[in-house]
Design a protein around this ligand. Structure first.
Ligand SMILES: [Zn+2]
Length: 266
């Protein structure tokens, strides 16, 4: 599928989902037309969407780890397409809040997990519920807490040293939520690549583990005839020439992460 040259931003994901599900969401960003065209071409009436954030998966890692991330590349090349998205932050919590709200960190002001419950801005997940569509989330326990009672399904996974086990649990519960809850939008967040990057561990191994999880989730999405959106949240925190570590916590510089949109086939 053709990819156009217009700049796409992570801020556009929530407005795109809002348009697809006909939900009112206040955002300065426009929906991504290519995503809507693809989604409506596959399913004229909205089917379940899984939004999966792969922590620290930037555009460089997407290509560098292409051999290990073969499911991701297969989804982009055979079952959908990939767009490069501009990031809005160097950090996970504000980046994910922006992905889910369609607002910049300067506007939503969610910087740490303590800010999550306090923001007056609502995520696409909460807006779906308020407007009669069911949504769910499978995320870290502390991030899940403020959502309990506000979404149809919430599963929190306790943070732990064994990040591979953590991502296994996220994957398993995402799949069981897809199979059992009849939701229209499911959000989940896997973190092995980010953890391995921070600790200078083998990113090829992290990518293999991540790809296995993506494979299982994509399989579950194909069984329910759904759509999957997979994106990174920020540039990986690596010691490489253009990395943010070298610029020593100085001003934030926009980076690029992939957004893969697919209707997985079995
Ligand atoms: Zn992150």
């Amino acid at each position: 599928m053709l990819i156009n040259n217009q700049k796409t931003s992570l801020l556009q994901i929530a407005p795109t989902l809002a348009r697809y599900f006909q939900i009112t969401l206040n955002s300065p960003a426009r929906p991504i037309e290519q995503v809507l065209r693809f989604a409506y071409a596959r399913y004229p009436t909205p089917h379940t969407v899984v939004l999966l954030v792969v922590d620290s998966l930037d555009i460089e890692l997407y290509y560098e780890l292409g051999h290990e991330l073969r499911t991701l590349h297969r989804l982009a090349e055979h079952d959908g397409f990939m767009l490069e998205c501009e990031t809005v932050s160097n950090h996970t919590t504000p980046a994910i809040a922006s992905i889910l709200m369609g607002q910049t960190p300067e506007t939503h002001r969610i910087i740490t997990s303590e800010d999550v419950g306090r923001s007056t801005w609502k995520s696409i997940l909460e807006l779906m519920e308020e407007q009669g569509k069911k949504s769910g989330a499978v995320i870290e326990e502390k991030g899940a807490e403020p959502l309990i009672g506000r979404l149809s399904c919430v599963y929190g996974v306790k943070d732990r040293e064994d990040i591979v086990e953590y991502d296994r649990l996220i994957t398993q519960h995402t799949i069981s939520m897809l199979n059992n809850c009849r939701l229209q939008l499911v959000f989940s967040h896997i973190r092995t690549i980010d953890r391995f990057a921070h600790r200078d561990r083998d990113l090829h191994l992290a990518a293999r583990i991540t790809d296995r999880n993506i494979h299982e989730i994509a399989d579950a999405v194909s069984r329910i005839e759904g759509l999957i959106l997979i994106c990174g949240d920020h540039q990986a925190h690596l010691t490489r020439a253009n990395s943010i570590k070298d610029s020593a916590k100085s001003t934030y510089k926009k980076a690029k992460v992939p957004l893969i949109v697919a209707a997985p086939h079995r």
